[in-house]
Design a protein around this ligand. Sequence first.
Ligand SMILES: [Zn+2]
Length: 492
Amino acid sequence: MVSWRWMMGVMVAISVMAGQLFAQSAEPTAPTPFLQALRWEESVLHIVTSGKVTFHTFTLREPLRVVIDISPCALPTESLQPEGDTPTSVERLRWAQFKEGVVRVVLDLRENTQYALSTAAGGSEAMLALGGAPAETGTKPRPSAPAAKPVKPPSPPAELVQMEWQHDKDSARLRLKLSRKVPVRLRPLKEGYSTLLEMPQVKPGTDLPADWKVNHPLIEEVQFSPDEKGVRSALLIRTSRAAALSVEYDEQQPVITLAVNRPRNAHGKLSEKHIVIDPGHGGKSLGAVGRERDSVVYEKDITLAIAQRVQALLLKEKATVTMTREDDSTVDLYDRPKLANEKGADFFISIHCDSTPQPNSASGTTTYYHASDPDGRALAQAIQKHLAAVTGLPNRGAQTDTAIYQSGFAVLRRSEMPAVLIEVAYINNDKDRAKLKDPKFQQKVAEAIVAGLKAYIEGEREEQVAEGTEVHIRPASDRKETELPVQIPEQL
Ligand SMILES: [Zn+2]
């Protein structure tokens, strides 16, 4: 990824240029207020601006985020460091010039948290209080503060009336009949090929049978966790290999169909496939930067080193490989997926290093897929599974690229084949960077990428689920002690 520092630099440059343009115009314009400070006091975030602004707050999901749009507002010319300790419920605090005149502050939340926004100081300061009981922290919300906005689905929940499996050779389909239409969502879990179908507005119907059977080689386990209150019902689906899961809504009836398919280009052998390997950045685009006492490590060099190892391994497997760059040359961002599309490649794999605004504030490996593309998600799960087993770093999971930008990553959005973007490790984390520079680690990562790709195409192991094995769906509480339960994470 491009470093935040670099992005912020560009944004500052743009806002400074805009300021100059305004200065030249005939009519004097009041200066746009700028974001002056971000300060945590216990679980309250104080957002301070240099003048009167409007704060507008809302919630985004997958992952759960609280967004505060500030307008009219610009970023400061000098870099901003948040003060105070970030509360544990917040994974990350970030901010950017969302568009001209609007600064967006985003809180990535680890858990479902209530919040309330109040303003003070004549509209140049907002306090965002997180959590159910801010009084305990000693910070009193102002009397004028609006009531807390609970982050929970509207009631009453829909009833799940019926579940029914339909299947053929390459796909299994679960039809869920509901009392009314409600949204559901798919979330890949970190454990192997496990995906959660989250049904936050669904409760089990009274006539719902206690036991269902499915018999399909793609399905290894299905676990239904009903919630009588209808806030965190979920269906866990574990597949025997990387599988493409998608949700279809019936136009007429309140029926949701969960389709589990063999993903695209997952037939045959790795040796028959054409893979485009994209070493992130290159030439004038340095990518993220890791600073050491007397040297600098550039993302573009690490990504090329790993990509060349992936290329060598794939050639050894007799696969066809195209590199978006073979050396330290500058390649346009859009030319990368364009090349893959023109070649009619089967896969696009982009290799990057992650970075944070603050050095040593994050660690680990993430594999991104575009939006909710089922094939990209399956490929990301396969590669992430194999990477997580060898990096010795935190497994940050397979994630949708819309978690980073609303439009996703250009290289994934524009690729017509199953595509992933791997953030191998954090280049501005000392421990991660030591690994990234190590040729042995680079080789292990390259081997894991190839193993994940091979598992996506050819299946995870020789022994598939034996034909005729029945998988029972039943409430999680019915499980025997000898069985390893898959932990269903907290509702997002
Ligand atoms: Zn990058």
